[in-house]
Design a protein around this ligand. Structure first.
Ligand SMILES: Cc1cc2nc3c(=O)[nH]c(=O)nc-3n(C[C@H](O)[C@H](O)[C@H](O)COP(=O)(O)OP(=O)(O)OC[C@H]3O[C@@H](n4cnc5c(N)ncnc54)[C@H](O)[C@@H]3O)c2cc1C
Length: 474
């Protein structure tokens, strides 16, 4: 018989493990719920809630195929012992998933308890899992994305009783609806398809400009990120639907900009896949000598949105409530922690990840490193919180909506964070701290040994799309 093990691939359609694992009919579907995983690096209840939404819809769809989701409570390693006892000699199917160290170690132990031909692992994104070669990466990605979509799995004939939780009991036991997560995006294939449809039809109009402003980006961005992260839609489906409409859409420029980002998604996940140590170590190893001391008081004020800079605090507070904010604001939040506060990214990164419903370790960790100037292959960019406030929220209306106690304060005072007793004190001098950070980073980058190592980093991780070394946006 066949056992399909679900990770972050919670959909019925274009799901290789479900499709191939169900072919012979005698199959069961197991979701692994491991409490320790949900407390590991960057994981949080808002992401679990999203995953449960997806599972709920998947369960309803599987029931139509005479199947259902069984919940295994424990680690992957424990699941392997369970399967060997209860369902010996089964074939196991799972989609590959690039995740944090906890998951990687656990999965390794799981796999070590089976013979090689007992487990089939399918590529779920456009990654090079075996023959990694940066030079062929784009070609391989296009090939994977162009393959036909996989249809719905087959009906199940499986009727063995297993000592596992059913989905309804599992959902009840979590009691996740009791948490105040009403503003967090909801999961599921239906919502993912609706988002894709409305984005291509009209929301994408002006996407490439509007994506920078948090107020406009909320509508103008696809908002597909948590769906991609938890697999309630496949990137291949998005990519193919995009290609179908590109030639006649009036929004070609915006759609090309979106297409590039689908490519980036996998490009970034590939970095962590190729070098899992990046979870803890800077891409350019010299950069780990930069920020050796941590100030937990500063970090706490930062992650709570109490920095004394209203626009920055509004962005953090918005992210906290909604589980999402646009790219530029994520970059500014991270840049502030790493450059202005000069805190080690290893300490701040998981705290930020917990706030994202769409936490995708490969993207998150690569972006955190880029916005902290520790990759060695990207030009450091220090975001000015004053400039972003003025550019992205000129009337300060958005900031005032999020921080109502500032509603009667003048716009200039908000942009310049000159609020005296009305608001939190500034936790740092932004101009002096930015200058110090810039000088320190550039002094290190001028060193010839630094440049030699940076070249090696580029060969391993750098995008080949832009030829000029050091000017890549990857
Ligand atoms: C510090 C930092 C941390 C980030 N962490 C994450 C994360 O954990 N998960 C995550 O999905 N994105 C992350 N991003 C990238 C980006 O901000 C989000 O993908 C985007 O805001 C999601 O919104 P959207 O789906 O509406 O994006 P759209 O603009 O509609 O883009 C479509 C899809 O392309 C991909 N994408 C978009 N921008 C990027 C990018 N710069 N790099 C890689 N892929 C991209 C995402 O899968 C996204 O869903 C991070 C960025 C920064 C600066």
């Amino acid at each position: 018989m066949d056992v399909i093990v679900l990770q972050r691939d919670l959909r019925l359609l274009d799901n290789p493990a479900l499709f191939y694992g169900s072919k012979k009919g005698n199959y069961c579907v197991i979701y692994v719920y491991d409490k320790n995983y949900w407390q590991s690096y960057g994981r949080s209840p808002r992401q679990l809630k999203f995953a449960v939404d997806c599972l709920k819809e998947l369960e309803q769809n599987l029931k139509k195929l005479n199947s259902k989701i069984l919940i295994f409570e424990g680690s992957f390693e424990e699941l392997s012992l369970f399967l060997n006892k209860e369902l010996p000699c089964s074939k196991i199917h799972l989609n590959h998933c690039t995740d944090n160290l906890y998951h990687r170690r656990d999965l390794k132990k799981f796999l070590s308890n089976f013979k090689g031909d007992e487990v089939d692992i399918y590529d779920n994104f456009g990654l090079q899992l075996h023959k990694f070669n940066r030079d062929n990466w784009s070609r391989d990605w296009n090939l994977i994305m162009s393959r036909p979509l996989l249809s719905s799995p087959c009906n199940s004939t499986f009727d063995k009783k297993l000592p596992l939780l059913n989905f309804e009991d599992f959902e009840q036991s979590l009691n996740i609806n009791a948490l105040n997560l009403s503003r967090i995006q909801k999961g599921g294939e239906k919502l993912a398809s609706e988002l894709l449809g409305s984005f291509f039809e009209y929301r994408v109009d002006g996407y490439s400009k509007k994506m920078s402003c948090p107020r406009e980006a909320e509508i103008a961005c696809s908002r597909l990120s948590p769906h991609i992260a938890f697999g309630s839609i496949s990137i291949r489906k998005i990519y193919q639907e995009l290609n179908n409409i590109l030639s006649f859409s009036p929004f070609k420029k915006d759609l090309y900009s979106f297409k590039k980002r689908l490519h980036w998604h996998c490009h970034f996940v590939q970095k962590l896949e190729t070098e899992p140590e990046l979870e803890f170590r800077s891409m350019h190893p010299f950069c780990d000598e930069l920020r050796t001391e941590e100030n937990s008081e500063l970090i706490e004020k930062w992650i709570k949105g109490q920095t004394g800079f209203p626009f920055l605090d509004a962005c953090i507070s918005y992210l906290n409530s909604n589980g999402w904010i646009n790219f530029r604001m994520r970059a500014m939040i991270m840049s502030f922690a790493s450059y202005n506060l000069w805190q080690p990214w290893q300490k701040t990164s998981p705290l930020l990840a917990e706030l994202f419903t769409d936490f995708e370790p490969g993207i998150h960790i690569s972006q955190v490193q880029m916005q902290s100037g520790v990759t060695g292959i990207n030009l450091p960019r220090i975001y000015s919180v004053f400039k972003q406030s003025l550019d992205q929220d000129p009337t300060a209306e958005w900031t005032k909506k999020i921080i109502p106690e500032l509603k009667n304060v003048g716009t200039d005072l908000i942009h310049n964070a000159e609020l005296k007793d009305l608001y939190f004190d500034q936790i740092i001098d932004p101009k002096l701290s930015a200058k110090k950070a810039r000088d320190t980073i550039w002094a290190m980058r001028k060193n010839n040994d630094f440049k030699k190592v940076a070249r090696e980093v580029y060969l391993k991780h750098g995008s080949r799309k832009k030829q000029q070394f050091n000017r890549t946006s990857s």
